[in-house]
Design a protein around this ligand. Structure first.
Ligand code: UD1
Ligand code: CA
Length: 465
């Protein structure tokens, strides 16, 4: 039976006090609503629909064709929100999972359990519930004397007895799709908030003799809905810990889990060690036996096995096996660092390939370059890739030696095994095995230092008169 996903995300999120639409606030680097769509995708929904409000364009720009969209121009409540999907969904047979865009901690396993419970018991609706020690603010799941689910009562509509119930509605449910859309027109807004509550569908179904169930989350933390920035930070902490624990269980050593920041889509091989202050984001893949950190920022990179990176920033870069990077290196988009390469301190690499075993040890800029194997780039040597109008490439073949403080004015080619003397500014190609020198010849003037000093002194005295 087809499973559909319906994400409620039209609320303004006033309590966030933000210019950014609530469900776009990131958690572990991914917008909340992105996590929610991801978890729906993980249970193989055939279609996901997001109900959007004022920030509609921003949500669509973020999620693109991972979802269809329905606009709720006025926020009249969660039931009214679901109703907006009727043109897309009402005539479909199947199960619809309704989930809020602000509950990013709900897991695939919980959705699977909820759906299994729904199917096994032949329910028309199944609530994902949780037991909270402090249920303040949440809708309560009200059960009859036989413990069967009767209805949900919103916090603001609770009697004292109902308010004492600790089983809450997480805002996630699965419904028989047709029955859901049959009930929605029957909702009224006669309640404390004057809204059309989706939660009232549960009571309506129950009254019509339909079976309604609740699957209670084993880990109540999953239920946390983000309404303000305090909850945002709490959700961030829980998700961060969850991700770090998964990697530790997979064989990654994390020296200080509370100070290690890993995005949800990062992959890391076993026996890699992460030191404190490491941030790894995007679809970064890191191989086995690496040592990363302390204090590294690695975004959307591919890093092979046995690589050592310390105190460095890497963005959209690739690093092959056994290379070392840092301290204080900056690898920018298109940096391709070959196996066993050494990238040392204060080296910046952009859109450049560096072949196996080459060394760029200190204080260099390598941009728009193709550097072969076993090349040595001396301290302070740079590629001069930009003439103020266009970027040009520097090509350095295998085994070449570029001395310290060399300027390579691109486009320029240094041949295999060539030797470029320190301090040279190279504007013409250097043939293989040739030596290039491009600097002033030195002249020494014997004894001239003392003469120069007395000349400077007498000039200073005449000026001070
Ligand atoms: C809702 C539930 C409550 C549950 C809680 C869990 C209702 C009536 N109540 O309460 O039982 O315990 O979630 O977090 O459903 N939204 C719209 N359009 C609207 C109103 C809301 O799209 O007109 C969206 C919001 O963007 C949000 C979600 O629905 O993502 C929930 O709305 P919110 O106002 O946060 O509901 P709660 O009061 O938290
Ligand atoms: Ca909420």
């Amino acid at each position: 039976m087809n499973v559909y996903g319906l994400v409620l995300a039209a609320g303004q999120g006033k309590r966030m006090k933000s210019k950014l639409y609530k469900v776009l606030h990131p958690v572990c680097g991914i917008p909340m609503v992105g996590h929610v769509i991801h978890v729906l995708e993980s249970v193989q929904t055939v279609q996901n629909i997001v109900i959007v409000g004022h920030g509609a364009e921003a949500v669509q720009a973020n999620l693109g064709d991972r979802a269809a969209y329905a606009l709720q121009a006025e926020q009249l409540g969660t039931g009214h929100a679901v109703q907006q999907a009727a043109p897309l969904l009402a005539d479909k047979d199947g199960i619809t999972i309704v989930i809020c865009g602000d509950t990013p901690l709900i897991t695939k396993s919980s959705l699977d359990q909820m759906i299994a419970c729904h199917r096994e018991r032949g329910a028309s609706a199944t609530i994902l519930s949780a037991e909270l020690s402090d249920p303040t603010g949440y809708g309560r799941v009200i059960r009859g004397e036989d413990a069967s689910v009767r209805r949900i009562v919103e916090h603001k509509d609770c009697t004292a007895d109902e308010a004492a119930v600790c089983e809450i509605n997480t805002g996630t449910y699965c419904f028989d799709n047709r029955k859901l859309f049959e009930m929605l027109p029957k909702l009224t807004n006669e309640n404390a908030q004057g809204e059309y509550y989706l939660t009232d569908v549960i009571g309506l179904l129950q009254e019509e003799g339909e079976k309604v169930e609740a699957y209670c989350l084993p880990d109540a933390a999953e239920a946390t809905g983000v309404n303000d920035r305090v909850a945002l930070a709490e959700v961030e902490r829980v998700m961060r810990q969850r991700i770090v624990e998964r990697h530790m269980r997979n064989g990654v050593t994390v020296i200080d889990p509370a100070h290690t920041y890993i995005g949800p889509y990062v992959e890391i091989g076993a026996d890699t060690i992460l030191h404190p202050g490491v941030h790894i984001t995007g679809h970064t893949v890191i191989g086995e036996d690496c040592e990363i950190g302390p204090n590294c920022q690695i975004e959307q990179c591919r890093i092979a096995a046995s690589v050592h990176i310390t105190q460095s920033v890497l963005t959209q870069a690739e690093v092959e096996a056994e290379a070392t990077v840092g301290p204080f290196a900056y690898l920018r988009p298109g940096a391709q660092i070959g196996p066993k390469v050494k990238i040392g301190d204060f080296v910046e690499v952009k859109n450049a390939r560096i072949g196996a075993g080459s060394k760029v040890s200190h204080l260099s800029y390598v941009g728009d370059a193709d550097i072969g194997q076993d090349v040595n780039i001396g301290c302070g040597a740079i590629t001069v890739n930009y003439d103020g109008i266009a970027k040009h490439r520097t090509v350095i073949d295998d085994g070449a030696f570029v001395g310290s403080n060399v300027n390579l004015i691109a486009p320029v080619h240094v041949g295999k095994g060539a030797y470029v003397v320190a301090g040279s500014t190279i504007t013409q190609d250097v043939e293989a095995e040739d030596l290039a020198i491009a600097r002033e010849r030195q002249t020494n003037k014997p004894g001239y230092a003392a003469k120069l000093k007395s000349r400077i002194q007498s000039r200073n005295q005449s000026q001070n008169k």
